[in-house]
Ligand binder design. Structure first.
Ligand SMILES: [Zn+2]
Length: 141
């Protein structure tokens, strides 16, 4: 077999070369994987509980919010310092901006969608799920 006879890159269809290369993968009806990646390293850790809560939020609010940050790679160099102990580094948090809905209503819907911690940073809202279900909370599991 002739191993040198490898197809050139020019055979890749335009729709693939033109789209974002990393994590251009649909992970649910509502989200692409790249929405949760670190924008610098393209690495991603996504806890299923975060995807579930984000999905519930999307079902309720449709396009009334946008994820502006999700996984933050602890190894990525940023001016904000290390994320090693951050919920973002554990795949448990997203930062979002909302539109066409008032902030208090948005926070209530986020809480009802399964986010355990909601922090208002005024320019954006930090939404975080707990790694473990708090005691006293009933689940269907
Ligand atoms: Zn955050």
């Amino acid at each position: 077999m002739d191993n040198n006879n490898i197809a050139p890159n020019t055979s890749v269809p335009d729709y693939i070369t033109n789209m974002q290369q990393y994590n251009y993968v649909r992970i649910s009806k509502y989200f692409m994987l790249y929405e949760f990646e670190d924008p610098l390293t393209h690495l991603v850790i996504l806890h299923p509980r975060l995807l579930l809560a984000a999905t519930q939020l999307r079902i309720t609010l449709k396009d009334k919010f946008t994820i502006i940050a999700a996984y933050k790679d602890p190894k990525a160099e940023t001016t904000e310092g290390s994320y090693s102990h951050d919920a973002h580094a554990a795949g448990l948090a997203i930062d979002v901006i909302h539109k066409d809905i008032d902030k208090e209503t948005f926070k209530l819907v986020a809480e009802g969608s399964g986010f355990n911690s909601i922090v208002d940073y005024s320019e954006y809202i930090h939404l975080e799920v707990a790694l473990k279900v708090p005691t006293g909370v009933k689940t269907n599991a």
